[in-house]
Design a protein around this ligand. Structure first.
Ligand code: DGY
Length: 326
């Protein structure tokens, strides 16, 4: 049995595959593979362990023989799940293990934005650390402020816990369904979306990218937010509208923004957001810790191994492939 892996992954996951007797073919070049290269490699394998590779209906038509697609991510917006399901191919993801690392990144961006940290670091490099002015470089304090979580699932809950523990922040949130755990543990309060926008000092986005959430943070949303508010997105860049975000910052509709995700990715090096004082941008490193990437590689490997043994995969995003026709 053979698996094709589209990028080099952590040793821990590779070891699990080897111990299970799965042969590994991996893409080692420092560039994304082309569609033809992806299909040619998959045609020689029984399983695909996919890192950041778009998989659409045409891909599934060409590779309908695959026994499993194991994603090296919790998000699966880059995969045509309906196409996989129609071919009875289970798709697995890596839930849970990246919640704390991603929440840490959101917390880091919130603090960095509130104190203009990334921008001020650049001023030192440019030789601009000069005369001290008591009213220059002023940030915003976070103690006892209100955190608005858009998408209070596992990652949002971790971010809310950090903000409550560190700064005693009040937690409000908007979800399709209520999060009882957060309501009990953190006294979090559910609000309609517009109220969340109006009442939050910091809005942090932790929802999946879906047709409902795509472009959700645009002109109308920024308009409703406080002029002192900070917008944080560590989920997916397509959830905010970048041109509208720039305008909202330029026109003072909101105060600052911290982004770990942009639209598109990678962000171009001369992007206007990179030169704004109250903005902090990172290159999608939410889950990028040694511990988390090791765990993600293990979960992805476990999905591959189970499928190749003819078992149900432990972390399916389309479990209906196992229940249809029963
Ligand atoms: C995920 O797992 O979805 C993270 O965004 C890393 O890509």
């Amino acid at each position: 049995m053979k698996v094709f892996i589209t990028r080099i992954i952590s040793e821990q996951g590779r070891r699990l595959l080897e111990e299970a007797g799965v042969e590994i073919m991996e893409w080692k070049e420092q560039r994304p593979l082309s569609r033809d290269e992806l299909i040619a490699n998959c045609l020689q394998c029984d399983a695909l362990l996919s890192v950041s590779t778009r998989l659409d209906a045409d891909f599934f038509d060409a590779c309908s023989h695959l026994k499993v697609i194991a994603l090296h991510s919790v998000g699966f917006d880059h995969v045509d799940i309906a196409a996989a399901t129609s071919l009875n191919i289970p798709v697995g993801n890596t839930p849970g293990v990246l919640s704390t690392a991603t929440a840490d990144t959101a917390f880091l961006l919130m603090l960095a934005t509130s104190r203009k940290a990334f921008y001020l670091h650049k001023t030192i490099e440019k030789g601009e650390w000069g005369f001290f002015e008591p009213t220059a470089n002023l940030g915003i304090e976070l103690r006892a402020k209100t955190l608005g979580v858009y998408g209070l699932g596992k990652i949002g809950l971790e971010m809310a816990r950090c903000c409550k523990a560190a700064f005693g922040m009040k937690i409000i949130y908007h979800n399709r369904t209520r999060n009882q755990e957060a309501e009990q543990e953190l006294n979090a309060k559910w609000l309609p979306f517009e109220d969340l926008l109006q009442q939050s000092d910091v809005i942090t986005v932790h929802t999946a990218l879906t047709p409902e959430t795509e472009g959700k943070f645009g002109r109308t949303a920024f308009n409703l937010m406080k002029s002192t508010a900070i917008f944080i997105n560590t989920a997916r860049g397509a959830i905010h509208q970048e041109e509208d975000l720039i305008k909202a910052l330029e026109e003072g509709e909101i105060w600052g923004a911290g982004l770990d995700v942009t639209n598109p990715e990678p962000m171009r090096s001369n992007h206007p957001l990179l030169n704004m004082p109250n903005v902090a941008v990172l290159p999608h490193i939410g889950s990028a810790t040694q511990e988390t990437r090791a765990s993600m590689s293990e979960l992805a490997a476990r999905n591959v191994i189970a499928a190749l043994k003819g078992l149900q995969i432990p972390f399916p995003v389309n479990p209906e492939v196992y229940t249809r026709g029963l």
